[in-house]
Design a protein around this ligand. Structure first.
Ligand code: ZN
Length: 322
């Protein structure tokens, strides 16, 4: 049988499934859940009750009727011609419907019905019986496949999700993009010709975590930060460690990491404990009393470049305006 034919039969089975009533779906599900008998283990076959025999037979009748509708519409059920299949199914449905007539009446001989149908299915009814079996088996297989797929999906859903590891560069890029959209500090005429506190801001990313700092707010710097920066820079006359946004960002990191002192922090950065740290700095350009200005990347000052280099922190300043 070619793949195209298999696909066609699957589509037909899908259409049959969609027509089935609740009790017939339940019959297919019971079959799908039944544990197949293992050869050689010889578990004694459990004889179905009369009621079960009738329930199952009615379900098979409904499946055969639904299959016949599809075969009459020229949809494939087997490798044979749908016209031939439709004729076999008509034979089956007539035979079973006749046999079930009066089954609800008290004293109906279910045993007799079973023997009659069994004899028919082994004789002239064998091809029709085999065709209905193949349709039922197809429906059972599809139900099993869905159950397995659902179980797999449930298992996957219960697995702990592996959080994708974001690089320091990705974190930095996202944070900087977000900060470009922030409003700057309100305009202060006192700083008309100079940088005003809060209009330079820096983001330092270490081990995937961002630490932020702003300029002119460094009077709260920790001792460890002042010690470390003073050790790593040749201070120029006009520079103070309390002024730079980069220093403020480093201060935040050092406090979060809780190093005991500047020596320990320096060892972490130069001895391989901290690797791949990145930093970027934004400055507010063109802000006046009337205009909000815009944030753009700038280079760290010469002093900051000294300590950043000493601590092996990579500066991201692509497209810097100054
Ligand atoms: Zn600086």
């Amino acid at each position: 049988m070619s793949d195209i034919e298999v696909t066609g039969i699957e589509r037909t089975l899908e259409r049959i499934e969609s027509r089935l009533t609740g009790p017939t779906r339940a019959y297919v599900t019971r079959r799908a859940q039944a544990v197949p008998a293992q050869p050689g283990q010889g578990a004694p076959a459990v004889q179905p009750t009369d009621e079960e025999v009738l329930t199952n037979l009615r379900a098979r009748l409904e499946i055969a009727q639904a299959a016949r509708t599809e075969a009459r519409n020229d949809l494939p059920l087997s490798a044979a011609d749908p016209g031939g299949d439709a004729a076999l199914l008509l034979d089956f449905t007539r035979r079973v419907a006749d046999a079930l007539r009066g089954a609800d009446a008290p004293g109906f001989a279910v045993g007799e019905l079973r023997r009659t149908l069994a004899a028919w299915s082994k004789g002239e009814g064998a091809p029709a019986h085999a065709l209905v079996d193949s349709v039922v088996n197809g429906l059972v297989r599809r139900t099993r496949e869905r159950t397995l797929a659902a179980a797999r999906a449930a298992q996957e859903a219960s697995q702990p999700r592996v959080r994708p590891v974001r690089t320091n560069e990705e974190v930095l890029h996202d944070v900087i993009t977000r900060k470009r959209g922030e409003a700057g500090p309100s305009y202060d005429p006192e700083y008309r010709n100079a940088t005003q506190p809060g209009d330079v801001k820096s983001v330092l990313v270490v081990a995937g975590v961002d630490h932020h700092g702003a300029n002119g707010r460094g009077d709260r710097l920790a001792t460890i930060t002042v010690d470390l920066i003073e050790r790593l820079t040749d201070r120029q006359e006009k520079w103070t460690v309390t002024g730079c946004a980069e220093v403020a960002a480093l201060n935040r990191y050092l406090l979060a990491a809780a190093y005991p002192d500047a020596d320990a922090a320096l060892r972490a950065f130069t001895g391989g404990t901290v690797t791949g740290a990145v930093i970027s700095t934004l400055s507010l350009y063109g802000r006046t009393a009337d205009k909000p200005g815009s944030w753009d990347v700038r280079q760290p000052c010469h002093q900051c470049q000294q300590w950043l280099k000493a601590l092996r922190i990579t500066v991201h300043a692509k497209g810097a305006r100054s």
